[in-house]
Design a protein around this ligand. Structure first.
Ligand SMILES: Cc1cc2nc3c(=O)[nH]c(=O)nc-3n(C[C@H](O)[C@H](O)[C@H](O)COP(=O)(O)OP(=O)(O)OC[C@H]3O[C@@H](n4cnc5c(N)ncnc54)[C@H](O)[C@@H]3O)c2cc1C
Length: 505
């Protein structure tokens, strides 16, 4: 196997990959399923990988990495492909490593409140396994078909982040295959450890650029059995966002605090076919809505909290306050989770996932409104306002004008002390904007870290950061390959740019 090159038409590559995982688990050319060539990004076109390979074990993943670094081709890890930033979209000379065959829940350790899972396990599968045990893995990004590997790589958030935090707060340990082919285990079934660099946290949010995640140890929580959703219409977006700090610090410990603007509310309720029963005279004055979900272990305490919250919202200027019965509340939350599909169906050209400090949301949304008006583009949205993360849909059909506007919207968030992405990741979609607005010293440090994990630059090049040439000596020369020599330290690279991105970002 070691002497096989990467043939132009991919045939030898396929044979080499088949040696690792079995022929049934490699596709190439016309046999590649189009679903494997991209994600849900609105702006990053699907790629055309040389092959898609489906390993079933850590050893197989390590063998694929060995093959890639030996022959200098890039690997793009893929979970469920629900990403919104083009992170799982492969370059044309690359190989997709799809993790759907590594989808086992290895252990539910109820004594230590821990789940040990393979990366392809979906959130829906985990939720079904935990519910009967009275436990919950509390990270609920809007798409439950997403995989744990993808969640780790994007540091996924979701509506419950205001109470529970994001993926990084619930990952206790990882098994990783580095770009060197080494298998490393980080963390474990414990909630604190002070020794050494925190490699688990370094990989969280690294978008497949530092390591391939082959196992995750997740922290579980007791599942509160009671929840109620409260809906409050407000006369302005500023009034909604100004209410948020008071709601968060009200002592009711909200699980969900979302805002939905007028147009988005109309879109998501219409798409979901739900009727909220808001009287016309209130609806006519409402320009934005606040949605708050509370949960509790005891029903009487939940009732007390709901009453306190309703009083607070009224004092903060809500036009009215509606306590939605269980199914109506759940339907609204589900409809809100599907806001992306409603925006896509309405023809949105791009989406924004900027995060700003919670208290800066009113100023930020005002600036976004001005930027949209200046550009003559419609910008609407909703978002996890409780944690400062807004999801805006941008309707501007000219791609360059749209990119300029999205750049300006992101830069405005960064100026207010925020970040380009609150939870979707940078991927290929927001990479240029990210690089333009980030501190160059921080980007340089990230590149050095990337080189330590992945000296040959084979792991998801082009996602998060622009591709960089491999470290000298990490990519073998033709002579090395012909004699099957291992990768040397200090040798010259045989491929200009090594695993450079071949497809446009
Ligand atoms: C309707 C809808 C709603 C959404 N709502 C939210 C939300 O509320 N919050 C949120 O955070 N996200 C949300 N998302 C985005 C998406 O679900 C998340 O980004 C999710 O984490 C992606 O998981 P995935 O398994 O689909 O990963 P993919 O899309 O397959 O990949 C995402 C990234 O992870 C990398 N990757 C995947 N598996 C591995 C692995 N085993 N090792 C290393 N790298 C890997 C990929 O290379 C890529 O860079 C939403 C998406 C949709 C379609």
């Amino acid at each position: 196997m070691e002497n096989r090159g990467v043939d132009v038409d991919g045939l030898e590559l396929v044979a080499a990959l088949a040696d690792v995982v079995g022929a049934a688990h490699v596709t190439s050319g016309a046999t590649v399923n189009p679903d494997d060539t991209g994600d849900e990004s609105l702006t990053v076109p699907s790629g055309a990988p040389r092959a898609v390979v489906r390993p079933s074990s850590t050893a197989e993943v390590a063998a694929i990495v060995d093959l890639a670094r030996h022959h200098g081709f890039p690997l793009t890890p893929r979970g469920a492909g629900t990403g919104l930033s083009g992170g799982a979209t492969p370059p044309t000379d690359g190989v997709v490593v799809a993790f759907d065959r590594m989808a086992a829940i290895l252990e539910l350790d109820t004594a230590n409140h821990v789940a040990v899972v393979q990366p392809g396990v979906t959130l829906a599968t985990l939720e079904s396994a935990l519910a009967p045990l009275g436990l919950v893995y509390p990270v609920f990004p809007g798409e439950l078909s997403a995989s744990i590997g993808g969640n780790v790589a994007t540091n996924a958030g979701g509506m419950r982040a205001v109470k529970y935090g994001v993926t990084r707060h619930h990952v206790l340990g990882l098994e990783l295959v580095l770009g060197t082919g080494e298998v490393v285990r980080t963390g474990g079934r414990f909630v604190k450890a002070t020794s050494g660099y925190d490699l688990t946290q370094l990989v969280l949010g690294s978008e497949g650029t530092l390591a391939l995640v082959t196992e995750a140890t997740l922290r579980l929580h007791p599942r509160p059995p009671h929840a109620t959703t409260v809906l409050a219409p407000f006369a302005s977006l500023r009034a909604v966002s100004a209410a948020v700090p008071a709601v968060v610090s009200s002592g009711t410990d909200p699980m969900i605090v979302e805002y939905i603007d007028l147009v988005s509310m109309a879109g998501i309720t219409q798409t979901a076919g739900i009727e909220l029963g808001i009287p016309d005279q209130v609806r006519d004055q409402a320009l934005a809505y606040l949605v708050v979900t509370l949960e509790q272990h005891r029903l009487d305490r939940l009732d007390e909290d709901v009453e306190a919250l309703a009083t607070l919202l009224a004092s903060l200027g809500a036009l009215d306050v509606y306590v939605l019965p269980g199914p109506a509340g759940a339907a609204l939350i589900t409809a809100r989770e599907r806001a992306f599909w409603a925006a896509k169906a309405a023809g949105a050209n791009d989406i924004v996932d900027v995060v700003v400090p919670r208290a800066s949301i009113p100023d930020y949304l005002e600036r976004v409104g001005l930027l949209g008006a200046e550009a003559g583009a419609l910008v609407i949205g909703c978002g996890h306002v409780g944690d400062g993360n807004v999801h805006l849909s941008v309707f501007e059909p000219d791609p360059e004008a749209c990119h300029r506007l999205v750049h300006a919207i992101a830069a405005a968030g960064v100026e207010l002390g925020g970040a380009v992405s609150g939870e979707h990741g940078i991927g290929r979609a927001k990479r240029d904007i990210y690089v333009a607005v980030e501190d160059p010293a921080k980007l340089a440090l990230m590149r050095r870290l990337k080189r330590a994990f992945d000296p040959a630059g084979i792991l998801n090049p082009g996602a998060l950061l622009p591709p960089t040439p491999p470290e000298p000596g990490t990519s073998p020369t033709r002579a090395d390959r012909e004699r099957g020599a291992p990768i040397r330290a200090g040798g010259a690279s045989s491929r200009a740019g090594g695993a450079q991105e071949a497809s446009p970002a």
